[in-house]
Design a protein around this ligand. Structure first.
Ligand code: CDP
Length: 786
């Protein structure tokens, strides 16, 4: 570490600056915001997955004292606000005029003086529906001749939202045909929910005297939302300089707070029409039923190899269920996100992947739940099929991985599907995980246990992530290039204020950004105030998701700080009456080479920037940097877990879990460990418990926490974490993102462990979530249930 504990730069496990307010219940979340005269909104939602709206009768609702208005589709139609674009440039109803397309769709909204009166009003609205045929199965929806769902789209003849592919199909087909063995597996990653602690919501405040709209909202991307609001509502006078989006404290986002949901738009429209602030906060069931859905990928995965285990080719065909509209937040050039990272950690010469995105009568899905745009799906596909191949070749899964890893000396490595991996050392991470867990001893233990009829499995996963979107030449959302920003102001007394285009949802940016600046300037991290999320003050940026903050705004922070350090050097030379060439730097001060006592601290330089600058120098000490990364960063890790399976109940118990992660140079080791712990828990959930399912009428299972099981500490083992450090060669301080690595790596490790435990019974694959019932059925079929 270059800095001492007082400065607390990179590498220090500084306690999180934001935590005192969180742990004392003093956070400022959207629902904490109270404005004078504020009204409340509650939404009437559809009980049908597909129905004609014959009539909306609001008379009983409007008779309730305190109910002031009901906003419906025709109300919004008057302002041409009943439809909106999605962030994937598809279209979505804000409120319907005549037809609903999924259960829990917004039908109309009741505005009242109190939250519970608004809820009573919503209950009292009577909607007459005529149920219509429902299509929930994407495989049927994509079949020729299926009834067309999106009748609003002129000339649409099928239910395909988009087709996307990467790679050379012919060469891949050829290589697979020539392979000695082909492991072929259908893998379904079910629809799941981000289930963040805080649901979605907003307070929309249109000040008609100033003509200014302020929206306090749960968004991970405030600037992008401001621009989209201006583009959508400019025609009713909401131009961008009159819109302020404030994203205060956020109780978890995980990608679910990137899209713009109808509730936000209705609240804004209601505030503009009524002229009062309107608060809308989803309840838990609305949140679980209407928005923030991820995954829903049906994948056919084929991996070819020679007899000796050398992988030859990978082919993946995917049908993606996007629900009623394509509202996923993917960069425009990559409608299926970064799925083409599916060759993972392996040196594959041939690969081809394709995705058909399909409309169904379900709420919009495709949220990148704690992952960089479909990386979780890609990692699950490759890491599962590698194990299927190992089983087929009767090879140890570790041996097969080691044989096919991209050789360490080949970085930067160009993958067959077009990515340039910046740096990596995959054997080192796997070897470390094996040493920590005692892999060989575990294999011996498994053999003994198996001979006694006990079910124990060891699962391995060596994943590669791709984070930090992105280079603007390839990455944009609705045309907005995916750079990010930092602005630093050093005050005369040497304290600093730093603002960013990203927005923390619990990741600890207030601490880690301060540490980056402390590292570069030597100003103690405790003297640096970090702010994000207010579009009136923060520099423009694309927000926080897909582990992009460290690779983009983190880099911008370092580069803005370096601009300030350059100015401080000129000031130090002026104060010390020497030339800049005679100065050396240690964190916090410039000194004359060879004369350490002849020095000026960064604080003295800051004071001089306002009180004693050289003639002609622009006063002040501020810098802004907009960082356009030259490439993404490629964090990676190797996870090994041990599971025990109860033959009586089919219950899977994760006994041990070793996670070795590599995110390059680390800013705050404690925060990184916390990110991994959280991510691992969010990997256990989908692996073993979580699924949002639908019956054939489109009714949702998993619409409350009674049916949607998120894991607690009881279901999680004591995590054993470690690291390797392989810096990114192109990032200003060698860091890669880390926020989502564990969510990506944990589910395949657990799934592989379960299959490993059951492999001697002829089991080659189990789709997640691996519930006790699924396992018990497999045991029964194999005659192994107790
Ligand atoms: O975009 P998001 O903040 O979700 O993801 P990230 O950039 O991976 O960062 C998550 C947290 O881990 C932030 O507080 C980072 O500053 C911290 N981190 C770190 O300390 N060292 C790294 N190499 C990467 C992230």
């Amino acid at each position: 570490m270059k800095t001492d504990a007082k400065i607390c730069g990179m590498g220090h496990s500084m306690k999180r600056k934001e935590d005192p307010r969180f742990i004392r219940g003093k956070g400022n979340y959207v629902d904490d915001i109270q404005l004078p005269g504020m009204l409340y909104m509650d939404i009437v939602r559809s009980p049908y997955a597909h129905a004609k709206i014959k009539k909306i009768d609001t008379s009983a609702a409007l008779k309730i004292p305190g109910v002031l208005a009901v906003i419906d589709g025709p109300t919004l139609e008057k302002y041409k606000l009943h439809w909106m674009p999605t962030i994937s440039a598809d279209t979505q109803m804000v409120l319907p005029i005549d037809e609903v397309m999924y259960v829990a769709q917004e039908v109309c909204a009741v505005i009242a003086t109190e939250r519970y009166i608004a809820a009573d009003g919503a209950d009292a609205v009577e909607v007459e529906y005529e149920p219509l045929p429902v299509m929930v199965d994407p495989l049927k929806s994509i079949a020729p001749g299926a009834p067309v769902l999106r009748k609003d789209k002129k000339d649409k003849k099928d239910n395909l939202a988009f087709h996307w592919e990467a790679g050379d199909r012919g060469a891949c087909d050829n290589a697979l045909a020539k392979s000695d063995v082909v492991a072929s597996q259908f893998v379904y990653l079910p629809r799941i929910h981000v289930a963040s602690m805080e649901t979605c919501g907003c307070v929309a405040d249109f000040n008609s005297a100033e003509g200014k709209l302020t929206v306090y909202m749960t968004t991970q991307a405030p600037h992008a939302v401001r621009t989209v609001f201006a583009l959508v509502a400019g025609h009713v006078g909401l131009s961008e300089e009159r819109i302020r989006i404030v994203s205060p404290d956020i109780g978890g986002g995980f990608g679910g707070k990137v899209p713009v949901y109808p509730g936000y738009v209705i609240a804004v429209a209601a505030s503009v029409v009524i002229g009062k602030p309107i608060k809308w906060i989803e309840d838990r069931m609305e949140n679980l039923q209407a928005d923030s859905f991820a995954r829903d990928y049906h994948m056919k995965v084929e991996l070819g190899a020679n007899k000796d285990g050398t992988m030859t080719a990978l082919r993946i065909k995917t049908i993606a269920d996007h629900g009623y509209t394509n509202a996923s937040a993917n960069p425009m050039k990559y409608p299926a996100g970064l799925f083409s990272i599916c060759t993972g950690a392996y040196d594959l010469k041939h690969a081809f992947c394709e995705v058909d995105a399909v409309y169904t009568h379900k709420p919009p899905g495709g949220v990148a739940y704690r992952c960089s745009f479909r990386v979780t799906e890609a990692a699950h596909a490759i890491e599962r099929v590698v194990d299927v191949l190992a089983q087929k070749l009767k090879m140890d899964p570790v041996e097969l991985r080691m044989k096919n890893f991209i050789p360490t000396e080949r970085f930067p490595y160009k993958s067959v599907l077009g990515w340039e991996y910046d740096s990596g050392n995959y054997p080192a991470a796997l070897k470390k995980a094996m040493d920590i867990i005692g892999y060989e001893a575990l294999r011996r233990e498994q053999k003994e246990k198996r001979s006694r009829g006990e079910l124990m499995g060891i699962g391995v996963c060596s994943f590669v992530e791709i984070v930090g979107a992105g280079p603007s030449k390839d990455f944009d959302i609705l045309g907005l290039k995916m750079f990010d920003s930092a602005e630093i102001r050093v005050h005369p007394t040497g304290k600093a204020l730093a603002r960013f285009g990203t927005k923390s949802q619990g990741q600890g940016h207030e601490t880690t950004y301060a540490q980056i600046i402390a590292e570069e300037l030597g100003i103690p991290a405790s003297d640096i105030q970090v702010e994000e999320g207010d579009t009136d003050t923060a520099p423009y940026g694309l927000g926080t998701y897909a582990s992009r903050s460290t690779p983009t705004s983190g880099a911008a922070a370092a580069l803005a700080a370096r601009k300030i350090r350059a100015k401080a050097k000129t000031l130090a030379a002026h104060l010390l009456e020497c030339s800049e060439a005679d100065l050396d730097w240690v964190p916090g001060k410039f000194f004359v080479k060879g004369v350490p006592d002849k020095a000026k601290t960064i604080q003295e330089c800051a004071f001089a920037a306002y009180t004693n600058m050289p003639q002609g120098m622009e006063p002040g000490m501020e810098a802004t940097h907009y960082y356009d990364p030259p490439n993404l960063t490629f964090p990676f890790g190797s996870y090994i877990c041990v599971v025990d399976i109860d033959r009586g109940t089919g219950e899977v118990k994760v006994r041990r879990f070793v996670a070795v992660d590599d995110c390059g140079n680390i800013i705050n080791p404690m925060i990184v460990e916390g990110q991994i712990h959280g991510g691992l828990a969010q990997g256990v959930g989908p692996a073993l418990y979580e699924e949002i399912g639908y019956d054939e009428d489109g009714n949702v299972f998993g619409g409350s926490f009674l049916d949607y099981y998120v894991p607690t500490a009881l279901e999680c083992p004591k995590w054993e974490t470690d690291k390797t450090i392989t810096p990114s060669p192109h990032h200003p301080f060698g860091a890669k993102g880390v926020g989502e690595s564990a969510t990506v790596g944990a589910p395949p490790a657990i799934a592989n462990a379960v299959v490993d435990a059951l492999s001697h019974l002829g089991v080659t694959h189990v789709d997640i979530p691996i519930t006790p019932e699924k396992v018990w059925q497999l045991l029964r079929k194999a005659g192994a249930a107790e």
